[in-house]
Design a protein around this ligand. Sequence first.
Ligand code: HEC
Length: 213
Amino acid sequence: MSSFEFNKVFAAILVAGLTAMLTGFIADVLVHPKDLKEDAVSIDGGAVDTGGPKVEKKAEPILHLIASADIARGEKLSKACAACHSFDNGGPNKVGPNLWNVYGVPKAHLGNFEYSSALANFGGQWTALDLNQFFWKPKKYVPGTKMNYNGIKDPEDRAAMIAWLRSLSSSPKPLPSAAAIAEEVALLAPPEEDAAENAIDAAADKAEHGGGH
Ligand code: HEC
């Protein structure tokens, strides 16, 4: 390569570089990029105001699954709780209270365990409905609880856990009634899902009965 040719190549690279810099500069002047104050999409998928109705995330309804849930699976899952809880009749309190006969009894059920005031004052019984919500996200359902546990995500796992806890009693309390199952769906199933389901039902109805005779 002659030195003249080399200079040409060098000049070409230089011009290309300058052009790129200059375009960047002009683009900046023209467009005025602004940093967003907040993320456009929030990481936890939570409260971005999209203008539509806000749907708060809730535990999936599971009461209908408890009667046929796999109790042995619940027992296996309880390994995740065993560092803090014993489950046998008369077992010791550890970091958390003994959990024999906890299904269907008042919350903070033991007199010899020091509960957080959050749980002690929460009120109500450990119905399957309340256990479902507690196990889904303990700290969301009982803000201020001292149970340091993230929760059980899988709906079938929660059903199995509750079915197992129910069995830990000398006389297990009744399974959720049909009314309780319906109540749970009304409370926890997102309304937009209901609406979609109703729309589908209505369409199916129309298709079935709408055809002329
Ligand atoms: C890191 C320790 C820890 C783990 C792990 C843990 N818990 Fe707990 N749990 C606690 C504590 C502490 C309390 C008492 C909470 C309070 O007083 O706010 C509690 C309370 C409870 C209660 C309410 C008992 C009552 O008498 O009202 C239930 C039910 C329960 N836990 C079930 C479970 C299950 C099921 C698991 C496993 C899936 C689990 N916990 C995992 C520490 C733990």
